[in-house]
Design a protein around this ligand. Sequence first.
Ligand code: ADP
Length: 475
Amino acid sequence: MLAGKNSVLRQDIVFRLSLWYALILLLLFTISFISFSFLAKTRMGKKAEKEALAYVDECKSIFQSEGLEGLRKDFLLETHASGAGNASLSILNSKGLILITSDSSKWQNFAVQYDMLNLALDRDKPVMGFISVPGFNNKVIVVYARLSPDKILRIAHLLRRDEIFLYDLQKTLIVVMAITLVTVIIAGWLMLKQVIGRVVVVTNTALSIKGSSLSKRVPVSGLMDEVDHLAQAFNNMLDKIESLVKSQQEITDNVAHDLRIPLTRIRLIAESLLTARGEKTDSQESVSIIIEESDRLLEMINTMLEIKSIEMGIAVWDLTDVDVAEVVKQACEFFQLAAEDKGLTLNLKQVISFVVKADLRCLQRVFSNLIDNAVKYTPPGGNIEITMRAVNNEIAVEISDTGIGIAPDALPRIFERFYRGDKSRNISGLGLGLSLAETIIKAHGGRIKVESTVGNGSTFTVFLPGCRPANNMTK
Ligand code: ADP
């Protein structure tokens, strides 16, 4: 049904475009043809005019030297040269009476044009016109020229040869234009059909994508024309939608998984509390587990909301001048005990005072998350080192550990929401720490870089724009 509709649509567009194409071509051809015919006729008229005037001059000189007899002879020669019946040469008196003529029977119906005769009598210059003569299909050029006060020369010449030539030329032109028109329309129609056919493939692919079947792609011909660009843009869009749907599905799975565990625990404990009513149970411990799990859930929801609000640009910042060195120092002090408990050394190697415009609480969360991760993912006996470098108007805080490291295929994903590495599954966490840290740092105009080797450890570097304070100090 849809294929049928598409084919009708294609036919329709191809037909309509071809029709427009044909009409425009036809219009252009018609305009060219009319202009050409007009120009050719004008030129031919001018040529005939020139020839007639030259003959008038010739006749005048013959009349002066040889009189009417000379003209009679010349008329015979001239009509013979022009082809039998093509010309009429006469001498008329001032009343319009024919004194001598070369006329054959063909010119019997050729009357005297008295208006032209009278005009010619009054002026030295010849009087000329193109007229239709009964019995002839072609136009006739007529010239009246005064030889003496009562002798008028009349030249009439059929434009037959020129008009036949023009007519033949026009016929050839019409045939050539018709062949060109048909060829161009057929070629245009075929090309359009091919192009529209490729666009229809894109449409059909779009229509065939339903629900989760996002794996289909439009074939790219390799011609790299506009249709290929359309196909590529469409395929790129599908790639993006596919990866978006995939990550969306993963997030949903992760959220569901992360919600199910604490909720199941809460439910089980609440159930045991209910069934053990009156019996002696450690209800205080149960309640504290419920609180702990509820806190975990709340933290997850709050962190998600926080990331979203920063991404959407609706987060409310409490921006002040913050010394990054102080924030890093405090975070180190905070995690010192946990590191020692786990048998790790946590050293703050180089501290550079560097002021950034930031939300103190958010910055504290960033460095806490990074140091917390270093502690979490470094096995006992390992080292964690924190150093600071100031380059121009940027501070780089490096947190290096000798921990489990991150697999190369996991590296590009660790900043995704809810992403947790395979080896981290048995270590507590929500998979939101790095996502939140990166969102905060980006919102402060900075960036986070990570380098890691599995089994050797990881280095997270936070870059933040700012400046060194006036009383610059290095500890
Ligand atoms: P969480 O630590 O709660 O799992 P994060 O967003 O902080 O969530 O980190 C995402 C993942 O990145 C972790 O699950 C872990 O696989 C990996 N990761 C982060 N920091 C480190 C690190 N210092 N060493 C090794 N892996 C790390």
